[in-house]
Design a binder for this molecule. Structure first.
Ligand SMILES: [Zn+2]
Length: 266
């Protein structure tokens, strides 16, 4: 059965002398594992087509019960060359693909996840938002896609809206297990029942809520490096709690945003 769809490469490995194994993300078929025979030959029709970060148009033959489907044709739909030219953008793009790979299942349509990955790669190929901010927005969107978005501006237990902070230094109680922020009453109940709670700056939660609702463009130039690091540390901690593993690209790189001073610039 021939299938044709847009695809993003999640991972690729050499296979034999001249072939490639690709793990790709597609909107309709979720994660697909493909064998690209002869991909490394200069005469191959996919030569210089099968690159990370680009949107591809692939055609493959699908067989039930086979471990690898066979790639038949591949074209480039959107080239994002700028990502590989900048280390910060490159790393953020790799982390995006790795996280997408943890969320994508074989045979399970993932149009929302696909769209979010594409939008993030577009941002990383452009120069409007800082790569760390684009990645953070993806991490929040990824949680939303999995139905795990943390409650940030309301109580995760009773649903009541969180009151406006009394001061810029106000803190809020957050429960990863309950799925988000807790109001004072629910926090007391949770504490009494021995649940593990975090105390976070309310500002951190509000920045995360704004990022999730309005996208990284809305925060670009308005969030300081220190604030971005705090939001990221919290979001990564929440991700790890739910994924029960630390993605590889996260352990190689400290969550701390390196090499940036002052306000966040692309
Ligand atoms: Zn509550």
């Amino acid at each position: 059965m021939l299938r044709r769809e847009r695809a993003l490469i999640l991972r690729r490995f050499a296979f034999g002398e001249t072939s490639l194994v690709l793990h790709v993300l597609t909107p309709s078929f979720g994660r697909v594992h493909l064998l690209a025979k002869g991909a490394y030959r200069t005469t191959s029709r996919y030569y210089a087509v099968l690159d990370l970060f680009d949107t591809l148009e692939l055609e493959w033959s699908h067989g039930t019960g086979r471990e690898l489907d066979t790639l038949r044709a591949g074209d480039l739909a959107v080239r994002r060359r700028a990502i590989a030219a900048d280390l910060g953008r490159y790393r953020a793009a790799l982390a995006t693909l790795e996280l997408a790979g943890l969320g994508a299942q074989e045979g399970q349509p993932s149009p929302g996840l696909f769209a979010r990955v594409e939008r993030t790669l577009d941002r990383l190929a452009g120069d409007v938002v800082a790569p760390e901010l684009a990645l953070l927005a993806f991490e929040l969107g990824f949680l939303d896609e999995l139905g795990l978005a943390p409650a940030l501006d309301r109580c995760a237990a009773c649903g009541r809206r969180a009151p406006a902070p009394a001061s810029p230094k106000a803190s809020s109680v957050f429960s990863p297990g309950a799925g988000g922020r807790l109001c004072r009453r629910c926090a007391e109940e949770a504490r009494a029942s021995g649940r593990r709670l975090l105390t976070l700056a309310t500002r951190t939660l509000e920045l995360a809520a704004e990022l999730a609702a309005r996208g990284p463009e809305a925060l670009q130039g308005r969030i300081s490096v220190g604030e971005l690091e705090k939001v990221r540390a919290f979001v990564v901690r929440f991700l790890e709690y739910h994924l029960e593993s630390r993605p590889r690209s996260y352990s190689q790189r400290p969550v701390k945003v390196a090499g940036l001073r002052g306000s966040v610039t692309p």
